[in-house]
Write a protein that binds this ligand. Structure first.
Ligand code: ADP
Length: 605
């Protein structure tokens, strides 16, 4: 045991599949201190009442749990009757949403189970069908801001796949591919590739590296190298269907193949799509392509003075991005984030009510190493120096067309400047800095509004103004960041709120619901959302009398006749739950449950 292992107050990757790599331990320990210093919410004490899911009698539920314990081993079935402990990013719960917008007790599990392999996942699925118990799979449950580990249906049994299924099954240094189980984090994949000495291969990581490669990809998360679209970069799935059968997609269906991770399509309909952002299957293995080391890289940053500069900037970005002169998912972040990512409470800057005044944000930005600005563009150029120079010169010429645009020389920035975190991430090195802005308020939590739009200046301004207006209306600080993909951009707005304060939770919820509706009226839809908002977001995709929703329901009923797998996730409700008030909407209040489920037994498996 190393001395770090003995003394660390944060679990290390060498100790736990969800732990932190040793080289990030100091950062993790500091981040933890900041979070606990401002926390006033205390965890409950003593026993809690177990939440039994609707549709099963209490005695039968306990009988079912006992049976599952006999199948998996009692140590692999944990009943959730203990206080709900929120922890923090590196020590997160698998029983509930640690960043709840509803009451703590709404999105909670009745039990958590830990399968060790695909066969055990099948056994759990058959068990759920036998007893009609809703189950909810998570890989690592770090989908924070979108629901974390929480199930949508109260009292579901969470299947924590990551704890025991965390093997890297293959890394192929010739094909630049890997095959992973759900419990492999970006940290773990990166560290393993480094330990093997494969310097010629990069991974792509999201802002925080503790999430599961499988979980993040299934939820269509993004990273910041040219391989940033994780879903587009995966190749091949192994899936346990809601009725217990196992399939392999793409070339994986061909016995004896050696192309599962190199050709994603196989033959016939491309089925992978229905397993992402859905509730149609449990993914137990996934192939992922890895990026060749580009032979050099260089981060750059530009500052723009005025909010309105966004319009011209986005127009400049579009052709450069589509033409791959701008090579990665670049971020255009607003000045308030420059302040917030320092990890300090907003009360250090402003103690009044309502959204923090712009002058105050600028006043503090002026004193920072990056200087005053409205927007910062964080980008990375890849390849050997002469190739980078060619691209960077074009970028410089174009960006400087905006009056007052400033290139910030990285050499002028201190080591702890956020820029260096973006530098690591855009080079595929997982980090831990991004969560610091959660400390903007005590008991800091976040939930995202993430609409997709064309890469157009007018759309950017429309979304920016809409967001600002509604944040002002609800007295919430506005944290916009535009992430520019290849032909579209996501606006990511993180609402940071104090989870202990029901008024702040409600303001966040109300603001988000109004944002979703207003954005939809203008033709913008979210690419991903929190569990509580999924019904509403799915409802905005209602073209042709909700044809897509009806299609999803048809698939759901065919694949999951007993409606046991993650009911309600992505706004897809199985027949047993429909028309019983389970949808969460603007008017449904704080209650996540509907009125019962149909008892009809459809299929005997
Ligand atoms: P991460 O830890 O990467 O953030 P999560 O485990 O929280 O990811 O999962 C993100 C989302 O994807 C959740 O909604 C979860 O239900 C779903 N999901 C995660 N892993 C699987 C899986 N192996 N099979 C099916 N759905 C999954």
């Amino acid at each position: 045991m190393s001395s770090k292992e003995r003394s660390s107050t944060v679990p290390l990757l060498s100790q736990k599949h969800s732990g932190i790599p040793e080289n990030l331990l100091d950062k993790a320990e500091k981040a933890k201190v900041l979070i606990y210093e401002t926390r006033t919410k205390s965890p409950g004490t003593g026993q809690r009442l177990l939440v039994i899911p609707q549709g099963i009698e209490q005695a039968r539920f306990f009988q079912a749990i006992e049976e599952l314990g006999q199948t998996l081993g009692v140590e692999n079935v944990e009943v959730n009757d203990k206080p709900l402990v929120d922890g923090w990013y590196m020590e997160h719960p698998n029983t509930h949403d640690m960043m709840p917008i509803l009451d703590d007790e709404e999105l909670v599990a009745s039990a958590v189970v830990y399968p060790s392999d695909t066969e055990e996942v099948q056994k759990i699925v058959l068990w759920a069908n036998k007893y009609r118990v809703p189950i909810f799979p998570i890989s690592m449950g770090r989908n924070l801001g979108y629901g974390g580990a929480a199930p949508r249906v109260r009292g579901s049994v969470v299947i924590d796949l990551g704890k025991r299924m965390n093997r890297i099954l293959d890394i192929n240094p010739d094909d630049y591919t890997c095959l992973v189980e759900p419990g492999v984090s970006f940290y773990a994949l990166y560290e393993t590739i480094q330990a093997k000495g494969y310097k010629h291969m990069w991974i792509d990581t999201p802002d925080l590296g503790g999430g599961s490669v499988v979980g993040n990809t299934l939820d269509r998360g993004v990273g910041y190298t040219p391989y940033g679209d994780h879903w587009a970069c995966h190749s091949g799935l192994e899936v346990v269907l809601p009725t217990g059968e196992v399939i392999r997609t793409g070339m994986g269906a061909l016995p004896g193949n050696s192309t599962w991770q190199t050709f994603p399509y196989g033959f016939g309909p491309y089925s992978d799509g229905i397993f992402s952002q859905s509730n149609f299957g449990i993914v137990t293995k996934m192939g992922m392509t890895l990026m060749p080391n580009p032979g050099g890289y260089e981060s750059f940053m530009y500052a723009f003075e005025k909010d309105e500069d966004l319009e011209a900037l986005i127009e400049i970005i579009r052709p450069l991005r589509i033409g791959s002169i701008l090579e990665n998912v670049a971020q255009v972040r607003h000045v308030i984030q420059t302040l917030a990512v320092k990890g300090r409470l907003r009360t250090n800057y402003f103690t009044g009510d309502g959204a923090i005044p712009e002058e105050i944000v600028h006043e503090h930005a002026r004193k920072m190493p990056v200087g005053d600005h409205s927007w910062l563009y964080y980008g990375m150029s890849y390849g050997p120096e002469h190739i980078r120079k060619y691209k960077l010169d074009i970028i410089d010429k174009e960006f400087r067309k905006i009056p007052g645009a400033r290139r910030i020389d990285p050499k002028t920035l201190p080591e702890d400047e956020y820029f260096w975190s973006r530098d690591r991430i855009a080079a595929g090195v997982p980090d831990l800095v991004e969560l610091l802005w959660v400390n903007w308020v005590p008991n800091g939590s976040h939930v995202a509004f993430s609409p997709v739009s064309p890469i157009r200046g007018t759309d950017a301004m429309k979304l920016f103004n809409m967001g600002k207006r509604l944040h002002d209306k609800y007295g919430i600080d506005f944290f916009p960041a535009f992430c520019v993909g290849l032909r579209e951009m996501h606006l990511i707005v993180e609402i940071v709120f104090d989870k202990k304060d029901p008024k702040k939770r409600k303001a966040a919820n109300d603001c988000l619901r109004e944002l979703i509706d207003d954005a939809a009226k203008e033709g913008y839809g979210e690419y991903r959302t929190h569990l509580v908002l999924m019904d509403q977001v799915a409802g905005t995709y209602g073209w042709n009398d909700n044809a897509l929703k009806k299609f999803n329901e048809k698939l759901k009923d065919a694949l999951d006749p007993n409606g046991i797998l993650a009911p309600g996730k992505s706004g897809i409700w199985p027949a047993r739950y429909r028309k019983r008030g389970w949808e969460l909407t603007k008017t449904s209040g704080n209650r996540s449950e509907g009125n019962g489920v149909a008892s009809s037994a459809t299929t005997k498996l």
